[in-house]
Structure formats: structure tokens, C-alpha cells
Design a protein around this ligand. Structure first.
Ligand code: HEC
Length: 112
């Protein structure tokens, strides 16, 4: 029995010593409100033909900024990205929406 009691007593006294005195803890806490601005969390897709299909399909996994911060890309590059969202990331995008989405992406970030 004593073999169990001794380590327990040592542990208990170590725990009590580790606890800070209540008065000093209360004096040292100061709360302050801080606002941070994330770089593109609140970006929105600019208006244009097909914007509704894009808003319907492209902003429930990541922000619009994920798309708007891409460089201008060719039509085949945008098509590959949209296909990747569907095939790799399993985005539930109707195939009927894909041409409209790609046209919109070309409209805002298209390159030859
Ligand atoms: C099912 C979730 C999902 C949906 C819906 C989705 N994406 Fe993505 N997307 C991802 C993931 C996951 C990444 C990779 C994120 C990372 O790398 O941090 C990504 C990354 C991207 C990128 C960055 C470039 C790249 O190739 O990784 C672009 C551009 C993009 N998505 C465009 C779109 C467009 C356009 C749509 C709508 C047609 C869309 N996404 C819909 C999940 C999704």
C-alpha cells in the first residue's frame, strides 16, 4: 500500500506547487480585440455571363479568391482545372454547367 501512496503524495504536491497563486494570475490577464484582414477571403466573382453557374458550383469548397488569384489561362487549361475539381476533388458539378463555367473563366481570366 505504501508503495502506491508515496508516489501519489509526491505527484500531488508537485501538482499543487505548479498551480499559480490566484491573485497574480488575475492581475496579469489583459484582453484586447484584434481584427485581422485575410488577403482574399471576401473577394467576389465579378458580374458577367455565366457568373451564376460559377457561384452555384465554385464557392462551397474554397473562396472565389482561389479562382481570382490565378493568372490568365488558356481555354484548355481552365477546362482541365474544372475537370480536376470534378474528377479529383469530387465537386458535384453538372456536366451541363461546365461549358458556361469555362466561358465565364475565359471572360474574366482568359489567355490565348
Ligand atoms: C468539392 C470541392 C471543390 C469545388 C466544388 C471546387 N473546387 Fe476548386 N479546389 C478544390 C480543392 C480541394 C483545391 C486545392 C486547394 C489547395 O490546393 O489548397 C482547389 C483548387 C482550385 C484552384 C487552384 C488551382 C488548382 O489547380 O488547384 C482553382 C483555380 C479552382 N479550384 C477553381 C475552381 C472552380 C472554377 C470551381 C467551380 C467550377 C471549383 N474550383 C470548385 C476543391 C473544390
Amino acid at each position: 500500500m505504501l508503495r502506491f501512496m508515496l508516489p501519489a503524495a509526491v505527484l500531488l504536491s508537485a501538482m499543487t506547487m505548479a498551480m499559480p497563486a490566484p491573485s497574480s494570475a488575475a492581475e496579469s490577464i489583459e484582453l484586447e480585440s484584434t481584427a485581422i484582414e485575410l488577403p482574399y477571403g471576401d473577394m467576389e466573382f465579378p458580374p458577367g455571363p455565366g457568373v451564376d453557374a460559377v457561384k452555384r458550383n465554385c464557392i462551397f469548397c474554397h473562396s472565389a479568391g482561389m479562382v481570382l488569384y490565378q493568372p490568365a489561362l488558356s481555354k484548355s487549361a481552365w477546362t482541365k482545372i474544372v475537370d480536376k475539381m470534378i474528377d479529383v476533388y469530387k465537386a458535384p458539378i453538372s456536366p451541363d454547367d461546365v461549358p458556361e463555367i469555362v466561358d465565364y473563366l475565359m471572360h474574366i481570366r482568359g489567355a490565348e
